[in-house]
Design a protein around this ligand. Structure first.
Ligand SMILES: *[C@@H]1O[C@H](CO)[C@@H](O)[C@H](O)[C@H]1NC(C)=O
Ligand SMILES: *[C@@H]1O[C@H](CO)[C@@H](O)[C@H](O)[C@H]1NC(C)=O
Ligand SMILES: *[C@@H]1O[C@H](CO)[C@@H](O)[C@H](O)[C@H]1NC(C)=O
Ligand SMILES: *[C@@H]1O[C@H](CO)[C@@H](O)[C@H](O)[C@H]1NC(C)=O
Ligand SMILES: *[C@@H]1O[C@H](CO)[C@@H](O)[C@H](O)[C@H]1NC(C)=O
Ligand SMILES: *[C@@H]1O[C@H](CO)[C@@H](O)[C@H](O)[C@H]1NC(C)=O
Ligand SMILES: *[C@@H]1O[C@H](CO)[C@@H](O)[C@H](O)[C@H]1NC(C)=O
Ligand SMILES: *[C@@H]1O[C@H](CO)[C@@H](O)[C@H](O)[C@H]1NC(C)=O
Ligand SMILES: *[C@@H]1O[C@H](CO)[C@@H](O)[C@H](O)[C@H]1NC(C)=O
Ligand SMILES: *[C@@H]1O[C@H](CO)[C@@H](O)[C@H](O)[C@H]1NC(C)=O
Ligand SMILES: *[C@@H]1O[C@H](CO)[C@@H](O)[C@H](O)[C@H]1NC(C)=O
Length: 543
């Protein structure tokens, strides 16, 4: 028995003692990058360091249950192949990750080809909105925040290199579910899954609001893992239970959309079920609701881009009228359990399309027509004014009006403790608090005595041995097989594909990315629940 074994035994005993003492890691607040990014609005991003040495990228939080199971980073082909003429492309896309510069990048266990381990993105929800892509999958070391933030580092975390313009910025996936990557590797823990697994978070939960560039001064987004920031929302007591559909778990009932012009008819009068998803920019609504917006505010529908533009004239009229839109939400599934109002000013909808979507900045109104009830979505536009707290252990969430405190008010982070940490199993004999305290003290004392005993025993046996080796604690080596350190270059230079036609009109928005299609693999059974919460029963409830 060497020093290492003693350390391991001691750590085990300490963790038992800590569990007995009801201690859990606190929630983690991730500071915003203080940069506004995006090509369809100005969105508040967050820093992540990837690889060794660390490469710092800016990502958008991804609340999607499926697509949010992995970290997505934009890789060089997302500029060189897909947007070869976009100025400052790397900066526009939140900086690029180059896996060939990272000594810890690995594709071990994945199906590789010359272009890397290419699989489809896990866009179970987003594909229904026309957003999809392929990615170059691998594992690498990631650290939250910028260097010096003192936030956790995770090794061998699943990282996906993306290039599609459908997701112009990378994604900091917030899903706690595991992604079943391939039959070779089995389920892969998400960022949150790993943090909880390593006891670096008190629960599978987060609090998020996207931030609002239109406030004076602009207020950046707020992201907390394992808890929430009480200074960023107005509590309202609404608790919504997760939907049975595991891919649209953040489902609410949208009861109405109204605006504050006297005598105006509601824009949405009939209740619909709609999912909250930060990986989508716009708000996807039934066609008749979009028509109501179009008529009320003189929006211009653009067929090619399937989106609503705002002429300068309509914009001036809207600015003068300055309508406030009230979204009334509640529990989905026909259960009347109270409702809350989330109010969005016109400024929240006053967004611009920029390059590479259009040549010149173009105002648009971020609602999208949906003719399929399973695709109604409250995207990031909505999250500018809403704060969401999602608790995956209790399978419930809260939607509240976001607050925009001045910089002088500092954050106030509350942790959400997982139920199994919060309520230690009560024994049937009904021990009193004093008895529990006695046991805890006894355990801690026992741990200390055993540890001290082991230490002296180890010192004696070490002295007895005439070992010549140094007595430093062996560092756990990063496991890198020779066949996983090879450089994965994504295709050599290719002749540029013909740029999509713009139809000769001055401004015709529509995504026109260039093609980059390496050989790829479908994810295993994308239709079948690929996500499973570590240590709990599968979420999907077939009904
Ligand atoms: C890494 O890959 C990029 C393109 O993805 C290439 O430009 C660069 O030369 C490569 N660097 C090394 C050291 O191989
Ligand atoms: C609605 O969308 C879902 C998900 O994208 C799809 O599976 C389904 O076939 C669509 N239904 C109709 C009627 O288009
Ligand atoms: C993924 O790659 C395959 C093979 O190149 C291609 O057929 C498919 O269209 C790609 N998927 C997306 C969403 O680009
Ligand atoms: C993941 O895939 C493996 C092999 O195909 C399968 O045995 C396992 O049940 C899958 N896990 C989940 C959570 O789908
Ligand atoms: C952490 O993950 C490993 C590997 O999946 C698993 O064996 C272990 O039980 C997990 N630990 C906890 C505390 O969930
Ligand atoms: C409705 O609200 C009550 C009290 O807040 C709660 O106990 C109950 O679980 C809620 N029902 C649903 C379906 O969320
Ligand atoms: C709507 O906008 C068009 C031009 O964009 C303008 O000609 C028309 O007068 C506007 N209508 C209303 C009711 O504001
Ligand atoms: C949006 O674009 C318009 C021109 O279409 C421009 O006048 C305006 O300043 C832009 N807004 C932002 C926030 O860049
Ligand atoms: C989830 O439910 C628990 C107890 O039912 C409640 O205390 C908690 O506030 C709810 N969480 C959210 C985010 O609504
Ligand atoms: C454990 O900690 C939580 C949160 O700090 C607290 O609510 C709970 O009562 C504690 N449980 C025990 C048994 O002390
Ligand atoms: C962009 O604006 C400039 C100056 O207003 C104009 O000359 C050019 O044609 C516009 N380009 C497009 C693609 O509309």
């Amino acid at each position: 028995m060497g020093f290492r074994s003693i350390v391991v035994v001691f750590q085990l005993l300490v963790s038992v003692a800590l569990a007995a003492l009801n201690a859990s890691a606190p929630a983690i607040s991730i500071p915003s990058s203080q940069v506004w990014d995006g090509d369809d609005g100005q969105w508040s991003t967050f820093y992540l360091q990837v690889g060794t040495p660390a490469q710092t990228v800016r990502l958008l939080p991804g609340t999607s249950a499926s697509a949010g199971t992995a970290i997505w980073v934009v890789i060089p082909v997302g500029c060189s192949q897909v947007n070869p003429t976009l100025q400052n492309c790397a900066g526009e896309r939140g900086e690029l990750f180059q896996s060939n510069l990272s000594s810890t990048w690995s594709t071990q266990g994945l199906v590789n080809n010359a272009d890397g381990a290419i699989y489809s993105l896990n866009t179970v929800e987003e594909a229904g909105l026309g957003l999809s892509g392929n990615g170059s999958y691998g594992y690498d070391t990631v650290t939250l925040g910028i260097p010096g933030s003192d936030l956790p580092t995770l090794h061998d975390q699943l990282v996906v290199g993306i290039w599609t313009d459908d997701f112009f910025l990378g994604s900091l996936g917030l899903s706690p579910y595991s992604l079943n990557l391939s039959s070779l590797n089995g389920p892969q823990q998400s960022l949150m899954g790993s943090l909880v697994n390593q006891s670096l978070l008190p629960s599978n939960s987060w609090g998020y609001t996207a931030g609002a560039v239109y406030k004076d001064p602009p207020i950046f987004g707020s992201l907390t893992l394992g808890g929430y920031d009480t200074t960023r929302y107005n509590p309202n007591g609404l608790t919504v239970s997760f939907a049975n559909d595991e891919f649209r778990d953040l489902l609410v009932s949208l009861k109405s959309i109204t605006y504050d012009t006297i005598g105006s008819a509601p824009l949405l009068g009939e209740e619909i079920n709609i999912a909250i998803n930060s990986m989508v920019s716009e708000i996807w609504l039934p066609v008749d609701v979009c028509n109501a917006f179009q008529d009320a505010f003189n929006l211009t529908f653009n067929e090619q881009g399937q989106l609503y533009l705002i002429s300068e004239q309509a914009h001036r009229a809207l600015k003068a009228q300055n309508p406030k839109f009230t979204f009334t939400l509640g529990q989905a599934g026909g259960i009347n359990n109270g409702s809350v109002d989330i109010v969005l000013p016109y400024a929240a909808f006053d967004l611009n399309l920029t390059a590479p979507i259009v040549g010149n900045d173009t105002r648009y109104f971020p609602i999208k027509r949906s003719d399929n009830a399973t695709t109604y979505t409250l995207g990031r536009t909505f999250l500018q004014e809403a704060y969401v707290i999602a608790d995956y252990d209790r399978k419930n969430f809260t939607v509240a009006q976001a607050l925009f405190p001045p910089a002088s008010i500092s954050e106030n982070i509350e942790s959400i403790i997982a139920p199994d940490l919060q309520e230690p199993k009560k024994s049937s004999s009904g021990l009193s608090g004093g008895a529990i305290a006695g046991i805890v003290v006894g355990v801690v004392a026992g741990v200390a005595i055993i540890a001290v005993g082991l230490f002296f025993w180890w010192r004696r046996s070490r002295k007895a041995r005439s070992a010549k080796q140094g007595n430093t604690v062996p560092q756990k080596a990063v496991e890198v097989d020779s066949d996983t350190t090879e450089v994965h270059e994504l295709g050599g230079p290719r002749p540029p594909a013909p740029k999509a036609e713009l139809g000769g009109q001055p401004v015709v928005p529509g995504r026109h990315e260039m093609e980059y299609q390496p050989k790829f693999h479908e994810l295993d059974n994308p239709e079948i629940p690929a996500a499973e919460l570590e240590g709990t029963t599968p979420v999907r409830d077939q009904k």
